[in-house]
Design a protein around this ligand. Structure first.
Ligand SMILES: *[C@@H]1O[C@H](CO)[C@@H](O)[C@H](O)[C@H]1NC(C)=O
Ligand SMILES: *[C@@H]1O[C@H](CO)[C@@H](O)[C@H](O)[C@H]1NC(C)=O
Ligand SMILES: *[C@@H]1O[C@H](CO)[C@@H](O)[C@H](O)[C@H]1NC(C)=O
Ligand SMILES: *[C@@H]1O[C@H](CO)[C@@H](O)[C@H](O)[C@H]1NC(C)=O
Length: 847
């Protein structure tokens, strides 16, 4: 962990030397001013010009008594060279800046009560305002715990000048050391974000001003303004961690961070995305902890929270799925990072608006595991918290600019009337009114906001990215296309969106069953009381749209006792909703580990594996065209109320090789840990890729641990490699689930281990077909059942068990009566060629 920081620091030293790696945004307005100085101050590459320099674009106006300037001679103990001079005022003074380009600007202010200036600057009390916002209100170092003050505001300037007015309060004096006024790219702060508790999109942010309170580079070193294209400072987060040891830092080479979709170099530099905190001691059996950061905030304000993410830990897509909380409220459930970002190593961010936690002066941000995810991990790379101006357009107190600067009040009479009116009321009324004003400001978004005002709405629907509009237009297009193609086939019942809402109690979070790359799955009940599983696609995912169609088309043609049936779908309102039969006992994985469910017996496990193998075998051979599942894993094998296993999630399915090809070439998809190494290497897909994944499932069922657990020692991380080494030694029983010890017939276990081993063969050609796998699992079940009937001395040979007549595999194994095609595909005899590898298994019926 410390090594990571060390390496990151080294990288910093190395790359920061090379200025060209920081692409630069060129601000239209850029004023860097040192106040009271008689000479330029150069700080790294930037020159700060004295405020006394005659410039047409800036003017300093001081009413009455002149200002005093003081330049300190010794700069050795100063926090920054910008603090070595100061301008002191005894009356109200203002700096007026000409603005070339309207829009958001940084206003950065530096204050340091220089000793020996001839004035007692520590007791100076000052108020600082722009035309619209109160930045400081009666600030004095006497009540401040710190030697110097740096403030950064982001203000949308909507006129051709910005006037900063400094007012000494109560016959005191005021001072300032340096000012920066620099343009910010318009995209930096969007107009919308998601409010937390109640969860609803909120607009009107473009009119608000922000004050930076915290800006953290999680798990990484300090990033100075020179290394940020917008001159920001990012500090390490360690002191804000609630439990210091809960996070493990990780760092990669910043040059491997690729800006693709949402985020740009301006949103945050790659140095931020190249380091992160992620979950530490993620022990398989005790994954229940969050990483929490705690921040002190003024509870009288609302905060804009921007969280930065970049998956720099995963080896494959869709592995990192986690929950995000703000003040213990779920801000984003099942955040599937790689899907949202589009790829690994691609920066992504999310904006929220939140108050401090109830009855406290803290704001907390937590990330924690999603119990349905394959890998237990959560990550965050950067965090920004900005205070938003209150309804008095102030960052400090309840006085608007108008009451502080009565002279200019006439300009804003209208707004004043409203505010004065509300001041008369109680604080509660004031807050309400402020809210109303804010809502009015939302203008044309109000309708959408209402629609989205329900807390059940998942986040992605109301994202704030600029690309969203473009995205939804194209989604619209594809949806129309899908309607046309869907209309021509019989695809089951078409549900209205209202029916879906009623069935799921408006997608109540408490009925969430799980989350996948495609979207969220809710439990529902139809009007006749039938239980349903409602899978709601994420509308922003183009990939999802394609998969939606694939899945409907595919599923509507397939009916099998061991495949989860599609009941219908809904594509109203750009929704992609699939309705399936409800599987009462949920995913197989939840019966293996990570939950408190009772342990499955060996016989139950065998029956479940056999059921799943039948489902896959049917996919591979039952239809006119072979279907490759592509994402076989324990969360895609579901159990009904009688523990009958059914294969689910054909979202990733692709039809198998046509006659002229021996494989389907396609982008690598699927879940890491289950991925066929051959498929991974050659991007070629055959049914044998599913067989490999099924081998991983078999090992997982036996050993009850995740396919991939990155926190284990290196040789144990990947279950396929780890279990294979034990299987080759014939010692699989050493690593199997402790609950099975002494309750498994060794011959059955041996057969099972051999079957899994064959499935996990390096090369597809060496792996058995699903039909062969099915035979062998049936055989393992036979061995288990006969052994429990006859308590014979154990015989480790699987070829013959003396004195026991081997029953034939149950007829159902190859009974087509359980297979029913809706259309097309014939239900011919499967070609279950008994391979040489499995030749010991001769069908006793001579079939
Ligand atoms: C200060 O910097 C400005 C802009 O870089 C330059 O034009 C000016 O000559 C400098 N003044 C002195 C005294 O160096
Ligand atoms: C600034 O405010 C104006 C007027 O409210 C708005 O049109 C503009 O989009 C805002 N700019 C930014 C960058 O928020
Ligand atoms: C919040 O506002 C109340 C009422 O104006 C005030 O008494 C309190 O000090 C404020 N809290 C903080 C932390 O400033
Ligand atoms: C993480 O924090 C959230 C919010 O406080 C809480 O609901 C959840 O149970 C926590 N998760 C774990 C595993 O502690």
């Amino acid at each position: 962990m410390d090594l990571a920081i060390f390496l990151a620091t080294l990288l910093f030293g190395f790359f920061f030397g090379n200025k060209s790696t920081v692409a630069s945004f060129t601000p239209a307005d850029s004023y860097l001013i040192v106040c009271g100085s008689s000479q330029n101050v150069t700080l790294l590459d930037q020159t700060y010009i004295p405020d006394s320099t005659p410039q047409s674009s800036i003017s300093l106006k001081s009413q009455g008594a002149a200002s005093v300037t003081y330049t300190s001679n010794s700069s050795t103990t100063l926090p920054s060279p910008l603090y070595q001079s100061v301008r002191i005022f005894s009356t109200t003074a203002s700096y007026k800046f000409n603005i070339k380009q309207e829009g958001r600007h940084w206003v950065r202010l530096y204050f340091y009560p220089l000793p020996n200036s001839g004035y007692d600057l520590t007791s100076a009390t000052m108020t600082l305002v722009t035309e619209n916002f109160v930045l400081l209100n009666n600030f004095t170092f006497k009540n401040y715990n710190g030697s110097h003050l740096f403030r950064e505001y982001s203000i949308n300037v909507t006129s051709d000048t910005l006037v900063l007015t400094i007012i000494p309060s109560n016959n005191s004096i005021a001072f300032i050391n340096a000012i920066e006024l620099v343009s910010v790219p318009d995209e930096l702060i969007p107009d919308q974000a998601l409010a937390i508790s109640p969860s609803a999109p909120i607009s009107g942010l473009s009119a608000r001003a922000f004050e930076t309170i915290y800006r953290l580079n999680l798990g990484g070193p300090l990033i100075t303004p020179q290394n940020d294209t917008l001159g920001r400072t990012w500090v390490n987060d360690k002191k804000y961690l609630h439990v210091n040891s809960s996070a493990v830092t990780v760092a990669v080479n910043p040059l491997t961070v690729r800006y693709r979709a949402l985020a740009t170099q301006e949103i945050a530099p790659n140095w931020v995305y190249a380091t992160a905190d992620h979950m530490g001691d993620a022990n398989v059996n005790n994954v229940n902890f969050n990483i929490t950061w705690v921040f002190r905030v003024d509870p009288n304000f609302t905060y804009f929270v921007r969280l930065h993410f970049c998956d720099i830990v995963s080896k494959a897509m869709n592995n990192l799925v986690f929950n995000l909380y703000i003040n213990s409220d779920l801000a984003f459930g099942s955040l599937d990072l790689s899907t949202l970002a589009g790829d690994l190593g691609v920066p992504y961010y999310r904006d929220f608006v939140s108050n401090s936690s109830a009855d406290s002066n803290t704001l907390t941000v937590s990330i924690g595991p999603d119990t349905m995810a394959d890998v237990t991990d959560a990550i965050m790379n950067g965090l920004e918290i900005m205070k938003m101006n209150n309804e008095f357009r102030s960052f400090d107190g309840l006085s608007p600019v108008e009451t502080i600067l009565p002279v200019s009040a006439s300009k804003k009479n209208k707004r004043m009337a409203i505010i004065v009116g509300s001041v008369a009321g109680s604080l509660g009324v004031i807050l309400l009114l402020g809210l109303c004003l804010f809502c009015l400001g939302c203008g044309r978004r109000t309708k959408d906001s209402q629609q989205g005002g329900h807390s059940w709405l998942p986040l992605p629907l109301y994202g704030n990215s600029l690309s969203l509009t473009k995205m939804s237009t194209s989604s619209q297009k594809s949806r129309t296309a899908s309607c046309l193609s869907l209309a021509s086939t019989n695809l089951g019942r078409v549900f209205t969106f209202q029916e879906i809402m009623d069935a799921t109690n408006k997608f109540d979070e408490s009925s969430l069953l799980g989350v996948g790359g495609f979207g969220r799955v809710y439990k529902g009940t139809s009007e006749d009381g039938t239980k349903l599983a409602v899978k709601r696609g994420n509308p922003r995912s183009e990939q999802g749209l394609a998969e939606f169609r694939t899945e409907i088309e595919m599923l509507s043609k397939l009916r099998h006792r061991h495949l989860v049936s599609l009941i219908g779908y809904c594509d109203e309102r750009s929704e992609m909703i699939l309705v399936y039969e409800y599987m009462a006992n949920g995913p197989l994985r939840s019966h293996l580990y990570g939950t408190d469910l009772p342990s499955l017996s060996w016989k139950q496990r065998l029956e479940i594996c056999i059921g799943a193998a039948r489902g896959l075998h049917y996919l591979h051979t039952g239809a006119t065209q072979s279907i490759i599942h592509r994402d076989v894993k324990t969360t895609n094998i579901l159990l009904d109320e009688n523990f009958v296993a059914k294969v689910a999630d054909f979202g990733l399915s692709k039809t198998g090789p046509a006659l002229d090809q021996t494989h389907v070439s396609t982008a690598v998809k699927g879940s890491f840990g289950y991925l066929d190494p051959e498929y991974f290497r050659r991007q070629q897909l055959t049914e044998k890729s599913d067989v490999y994944s099924f081998g991983v499932v078999l090992m997982e069922v036996l050993c009850t641990r995740p396919a991939l657990n990155p926190v284990l020692p290196r040789d144990q991380v990947n279950i396929a490699e780890w279990a294979m080494t034990w299987q080759k030694k014939g010692m699989l029983d050493q690593i199997m689930d402790k609950n099975l010890i002494g309750k498994v017939n060794p011959a059955s276990l041996k057969k099972y281990g051999e079957t899994a081993e064959k499935c996990l063969a390096e090369y597809g050609v060496d792996r058995p077909s699903m039909g062969d796998v099915l035979w062998n699992l049936e055989y393992a079940l036979q061995l288990e059942e006969t052994s429990s009937v006859l308590t014979e001395p154990e015989d480790n040979s699987t070829n013959h068990i003396q004195g026991i007549a081997l029953n034939p595999p149950p007829l159902e194994a190859f009974d087509n009566s359980s297979v029913c095609m809706v259309e097309g595909a014939s239900c011919g005899e499967e070609d279950v060629a008994t391979s040489a590898v499995f030749s010991q298994l001769v069908n006793p019926r001579g079939r």
